[in-house]
Design a protein. Structure first.
Length: 212
């Protein structure tokens, strides 16, 4: 089962839609209604929404098997069209091995749909080498980047840290080579939140200042 949540900047709306081979028609109708409601939300008078909305697709087993259904692709294509009408883009955040996420964007094939690259979340979701391996799969579609780092604890748990296993220096060099002109956002997920955010921001600035 796949879950998609769309989040707008300044206002958050946890909008969920499901795609299941066993219940395609009912799920599809429900998902399209969710997209329509978000479309109305995006057009609300006086609402300030960022130009980029983020969706999440995840799977509990964190494997590369069972790419998403055609019904899910149809829903995402409809979502991309709706956000395009609102002058926005929809970016899927990577939260598992990258092959499936890249496959979704490739199959939807809509200019308003791209990738929010979060190598830390991909690592936590089971991807062993988010950069360069995962990055290379997603490279044509990256519109936004979440900056955080991760490590594997002795218990085997994969947790967020300020300085961990992601090759961010190599990642930024690759993004520069691609003339990436989107946003890079610090995503803390670590307590204490304020202290960790400032430390991550300090590290991000230092990395960006390094020569390519």
């Amino acid at each position: 089962m796949y879950t998609a949540s769309s989040i707008g900047s300044h206002f958050c709306s946890s909008l969920k839609c499901w795609a299941s081979a066993a219940r395609v028609s009912g799920v599809q109708e429900g998902s399209l209604r969710t997209v329509s409601h978000f479309h109305d939300f995006a057009f609300s008078p006086g609402l300030v929404v960022s130009s980029s909305l983020i969706a999440f697709f995840s799977r509990s087993d964190h494997t590369e098997a069972d790419l998403v259904s055609d019904a899910a692709i149809q829903v995402m294509r409809h979502a991309a069209q709706k956000v395009a009408e609102a002058g926005l883009t929809l970016n899927i955040e990577v939260s598992e091995p990258s092959q499936r996420t890249a496959d979704i964007v490739r199959r939807v094939d809509h200019p308003a749909l791209g990738i929010n690259w979060d190598p830390g979340a991909a690592y936590q979701g089971g991807e062993e080498v988010p950069f360069p391996d995962g990055f290379d799969l997603l490279r044509p579609y990256i519109r936004h980047v979440h900056f955080k780092d991760v490590t594997t604890e002795p218990t085997g748990a994969r947790t967020v840290v300020v300085d961990g296993v992601i090759d961010w220096r190599g990642a930024f060099a690759a993004l520069r080579a691609d003339n990436f002109d989107g946003y890079i956002s610090v995503e803390t997920h670590r307590r204490p939140k304020i202290d960790s955010t400032f430390r991550m921001l300090e590290r991000l600035r230092a990395l960006i200042a390094l020569p390519g």
